[in-house]
Design a protein around this ligand. Structure first.
Ligand code: OOG
Ligand code: NI
Length: 464
């Protein structure tokens, strides 16, 4: 028997340590958490169907624990090491997101647990971006920024040693895992002392605010955490009463009976005091804006066909109305979104029969003790009430939404234009691994659930 703790246990401990640290660092995040908990309780009380569905699929307990976070890294080496650190917590890179199209000089992946069991135990994810200095035209600045980044060490000696130990031994003991969590937490901590002087900060900031955020500090501070809500519209509406200002529009699909993919909104990044070395051994006070809080409502994972429809409808909407950062056309945007998404079926049965979403199948109470001469097919079992289907939760992110979240937290000022230049090959070379394909994951969950249902009936035939 192994004395190693499971990767999911380490991830759960890390997720809760991060939440505690961020609540202390950014008290508004604590307020947001309290609001989300209240709305989730009220929603469950008002919607017994939803509550029943979530408990039947074992998803109820994970709701309040659910969250994701985001970091922005500076170099290939940081990204590759981060991949090894996350692997110790059972988190793998899933998906590639190119944000250059949206005027943000990064490309990204999401580190997250894969597989139903790990996700149920703790679904913590980290949206991880790598800065693309190659998109900065000023060559002198690019070289200087690269040199600054090369000199910093974002991981503690202990974090690296324990990661190597976990790789060598295939796991960590409880004691080592506890230390690992504390050591890794250091990488995500906020540093209010910059490692560049104020002139350099402004040069970086003028090139792009995100470049200043990545290059000017000792480490990739966690820039937001995001609890999952069951009613994002309610939380958005209640934020002002809790003294937090929501961003203008909710990203993603419109409000629906049957939630699809992911809806997200955030409160705007806070202006925080930082200090810059003055070159004479002292410090000069200034400010930096990077950290915020976000909420998300997750819905069903869509098949490639469903995702194609979603992308087309979103594109169509944004051709009608492009949401302005200042919120001046928010109502028009919402109306356009509602209108175009009328073309996306809004009941589970139709979403399923049209092959737009992934479902998990399970036996109903009526199936207990039921006997058949031969195993009926899945459709018959469903029609006769022996098998039920529930939506599989979408675990990933959406590039257009992520760009909207980035933008709303970079200030409403200068918009940047980059030539669209997705480069997944380069990203994977820097990461030192390929990113996983999200669709494979959902298809596997669906397939396994169907096989388990059919196997339950055929084993009964054998027994009988
Ligand atoms: C990441 C923004 C994207 C999301 O949930 O889509 C994101 C960042 O600002 O670093 O977190
Ligand atoms: Ni986020």
């Amino acid at each position: 028997m192994s004395n190693y703790v499971s990767t999911s246990e380490i991830r759960a401990a890390f997720s809760s340590a991060m939440s505690e640290m961020y609540r202390e660092e950014v008290p508004a995040y604590g307020t947001l958490m309290a609001l989300v908990a209240r709305v989730n309780d009220e929603t469950l009380a008002q919607k017994p169907d939803l509550k029943e569905r979530l408990s039947a699929t074992d998803n109820l307990d994970r709701i309040s624990e659910e969250r994701h976070g985001a970091i922005r890294l500076g170099t290939a080496e940081e990204l590759a090491t981060m991949r090894r650190v996350f692997a110790v917590m059972g988190m793998s890179p899933v998906g590639y997101y190119d944000l250059s199209t949206a005027g943000v000089p990064v490309h990204s992946t999401a580190f997250r647990p894969v597989g139903n069991e790990a996700l149920k135990r703790n679904p913590f994810r980290v949206f991880t971006s790598l800065l693309r200095l190659d998109l900065i035209p000023d060559e002198a600045l690019r070289t200087k920024a690269a040199r600054i980044l090369e000199q910093r060490r974002i991981f503690t000696v202990g974090a690296i040693a324990l990661t190597e130990k976990a790789e060598r031994d295939g796991g960590l003991s409880k004691e080592d895992a506890d230390r690992f969590v504390l050591e890794v937490l250091e990488t995500f901590r906020w540093h209010d002392k910059a490692n560049v002087d104020v002139d350099m900060y402004h040069r970086l900031h003028d090139a792009h605010r995100l470049i200043a955020d990545v290059v000017s500090f000792r480490g990739p501070h966690i820039n937001h955490l995001t609890p999952r809500t069951l009613d994002i519209d309610a939380v958005q509406a209640l934020m002002p009463a809790y003294d937090i200002a929501p961003k203008a529009v909710v990203e993603g699909p419109p409000t629906r009976e049957c939630p699809i993919l992911l809806r997200q909104t955030s409160f705007k990044a806070l202006e925080e005091a930082v200090s810059f070395p003055d070159g004479e051994g002292g410090w000069k006070t200034g400010s930096h804006t990077a950290r915020f809080g976000e909420i998300e409502q997750r819905g069903i994972a869509l098949t490639p066909k469903g995702r194609g429809l979603y992308d087309r409808l979103l594109d169509q909407t944004r051709k009608l109305v492009r949401p302005a950062a200042d919120g001046s056309n928010a109502r028009e945007y919402e109306a356009a979104l509602d209108g175009t998404f009328g073309a996306f079926p809004d009941n589970w049965a139709q979403i399923r029969t049209e092959g737009l979403g992934y479902f998990s199948y399970s036996l109903t109470p009526k199936a207990t003790g039921a006997e058949f001469g031969s195993v009926p097919d899945l459709e018959t079992l469903i029609a006769d009430g022996f098998v039920r289907f529930d939506p599989v939760v979408y675990e990933d992110f959406l590039p257009v939404s992520a760009a909207g979240i980035f933008q709303s937290n970079l200030g409403d000022g200068a918009q940047h234009e980059f030539v669209a230049s997705p480069n997944q090959t380069r990203f994977e070379a820097d990461l030192g691994a390929s990113v996983l394909n999200e669709f494979d994951h959902y298809a596997a969950i669906e397939k396994a659930s169907i096989e388990a249902c059919l196997a339950a009936f055929s084993s009964r035939l054998l027994a009988g």
